[in-house]
Design a protein around this ligand. Sequence first.
Ligand SMILES: [Zn+2]
Length: 252
Amino acid sequence: MRRQWIHVFLAALTILGGLAPLTPAESAGLLTGKTICLDPGHGGADPGAYYAPLDLSEADINLDVAYRLAALLQAAGARVVMTRTGDQGLTEAERAAFCNRAQANILVSVHTNSFTDPAPNGVLTFYGKRSAAEDRRLAQALHDAMAPVLQANAPSPATFIDYGVRRYGAGVLRRSAMPAALLEPAFMSNPAEAALLATPITTAPGSGVFTAGCQADSYRRGQIAQSAYRGILAYFTGISKEARAIPTEPAT
Ligand SMILES: [Zn+2]
């Protein structure tokens, strides 16, 4: 039953089309010399959000998206380190400390959003340090690359909301020594979105080399990884995207 649903939605998504990936020749070497720390949110005793109808745990989605993103970044020459490569439980402080020890140039924490009301869906990107223009610039570059792709391919594009870039003082963001951003690409509490996100994890980590389970950009998780990858490229290389005004910080 579960797999049938997944296949129906994946077939529908393939028809809708997606983001054309950069060819290896186009991206080769663009990130050489950069160390990127990816932080798949949650894990261990903390599964994050949970969508019961599809037995979908946020921790699993986050890890899979991070692997897909890692593969793209490595293909562009980056050194990629990950705070967790399996179902380990880590504190926010441990995540930041790991990235700091690796002397990463940037930190990208991968999450999936959820809400008590099943209706909302949309994309939101956070930075965490109170006064750090570079963190905002990273978050904005990621958001600008991700929002249009995720909206265009959303189950219901008209109701897919661009929540913009906001400040959220998560420990992993605040304690990092480098620019850091946290992704909330879509709402797994939205049933149609959850169905798209239900692509199973297909590949375990290799020996030090991260491999994506499926690079096809017609998969929702692949779209998230591809668009985040383009945002990171834009951040480091300045390729694409005009400057945008930063939204006012929410009162927290
Ligand atoms: Zn989360």
